[in-house]
Each structure stands twice: as C-alpha cells, then as structure tokens.
Design a protein around this ligand. Structure first.
Ligand SMILES: [Zn+2]
Ligand SMILES: [Zn+2]
Ligand SMILES: [Zn+2]
Ligand SMILES: [Zn+2]
Length: 244
C-alpha cells in the first residue's frame, strides 16, 4: 500500500502488521518488506515477478504509477488495449463494453513500449521545446541589453544637447549684457553732457540774478535803465550799449 508518508508491506498488512516496504512488485501492485520479498521470490506463483526497490518505484511520476494492471471494475488483469476508447481492457471488459472494438494484445504492444516511436517523439519534442525556450530567453536577454544600451546612448545625447543649449544661452546672456551696457554708457554720457550744460546755465542765471539785485540796490537810475538791457542773457544783448 502506498501513502503520502510512505509505502507499507501489503503482505504484512493482511496480517494486521504495519511494516515499511523495501520493495515494490508492479505485478502484485503492492509493497513488500525484505522478509516478505524473500517469500515472494521463493513462491512459485510470484517468483517470476520483477520487483524494484521502493525508492525506484517512488521516482515513477504519480500519474504513471497510478496506472494499474488490474481492472478496477472486474478485478481481472488487463490483457488488451482498445485503441478506439483508448482504454485497457480485462477479458470481462471485452465481453461488455468493447464487443465491437478493434483490440490489441497487451503482451505484443508493451514489448516495444520503452523503445517506441512515441517516447522518441516526446523526447525529441521536449528537447526542441527546451532549445526553443533557451533561444527565447537568450533573445529576450539580448533585447534587454539593447534597450539598456539605447537608454545609455539617449542619456549621453541628452547631456550633449543640454551642454550645447547651456553654451548658447551663456553666449546670448553675455551678448545681451554687453548690448545693455553699451546703451547704458551711451545714455549716461549724453545725460552727463546735458547735466553739465544745465549746471552752466544755472550758474549764469545765478550771476544775472545777483547782478540785478546789486543794480537795483546800488546803481544810479541811468545805470539801472541801461543795465537792464546789458543784464539780459548775452545772446540777446545789444553789444554797443554794454561793451566796456
Ligand atoms: Zn511483509
Ligand atoms: Zn508479485
Ligand atoms: Zn474489466
Ligand atoms: Zn473499446
């Protein structure tokens, strides 16, 4: 008997003894302890059975291990295979559900099962699938590398463009600063000239105001009369009257 935790000796179990199995007889479909395996080997009914170690039996995939040699409906050994229903048949199955089916003798077909073309094909297609997966993985890894390289290149390009823009902006700023400075200097010197002229005019006006005040206070009437004409801004004077 096989359980999730272990495989027990089927013969001992019939005597209500629980003992770990060391062997597995696929013919009897049960586990055997070392002692029972010795009897199994000696007994006429079972001496031709090819037993395997329990460890080897456990390596068989569960779906394969669950395929029995005995019909679960009639408890008789399967002897034929029905290719129409894809089912194993015992002699009783044949007389009930597969009367009209085309049956193959199991003894014949299992002889070549381990070397059959089906296994070769499956092994080949698994090999192909594996190699395809390997190719796809390599291809995608290569894609990843390319993407990383492209990102790196774009980063470098952006830095280059950024530097160019920065340089251009620096140049523009410098140019504008120079232009502004030139305009400022021009306006400044114009204003300075104007201010200097205005200052001169202011001084002239101060002097005339002083002269008028002194004339009014201290000069004679005649001096005042003619002085008024002489004290006008120089451009408007009549030279003949005022010349010394
Ligand atoms: Zn036993
Ligand atoms: Zn056996
Ligand atoms: Zn059956
Ligand atoms: Zn059938």
């Amino acid at each position: 008997m096989a359980t999730a935790s272990g495989t027990f000796c089927g013969v001992c179990e019939t005597q209500h003894v629980v003992r770990e199995a060391d062997y597995w007889c696929p013919e009897c479909e049960e586990g055997l302890c070392t002692l029972c395996e010795k009897h199994h080997q000696a007994s006429r009914a079972t001496r031709n059975h090819e037993v395997t170690s329990v460890n080897d039996y456990k390596r068989i995939p569960p779906t394969i291990a669950s395929i029995n040699q005995y019909c679960s409906d009639h408890e008789k050994k399967y002897q034929h295979y029905c290719s129409e229903h894809e089912k194993l048949c015992c002699p009783l199955c044949i007389t009930t559900n597969h009367k009209k089916c085309d049956l193959l003798a199991l003894d014949e077909i299992i002889k070549t099962s381990k070397t059959s073309a089906l296994f070769d094909m499956m092994e080949q297609s698994l090999k192909d699938m594996k190699s395809n997966i390997k190719k796809i993985v390599e291809d995608r890894k290569h894609n990843l590398e390319i993407i990383q390289q492209q990102r790196q290149k774009m980063k470098t390009d952006i830095t280059k463009i950024r530097n160019k823009i920065n340089k251009h902006l620096d140049k523009l700023e410098q140019q504008i600063q120079q232009d502004i400075q030139a305009v400022e200097q021009k306006v400044q010197s114009q204003l300075e000239r104007l201010l200097s002229k205005l200052s001169d005019h202011g001084k002239t006006i101060d002097k005339i105001q002083n002269d008028i005040s002194s004339t009014k206070s201290f000069a004679t009437d005649i001096q005042t009369f003619f002085g008024g004409k002489c004290l006008r801004p120089i451009s408007k004077r009549k030279r003949s009257l005022c010349s010394p």
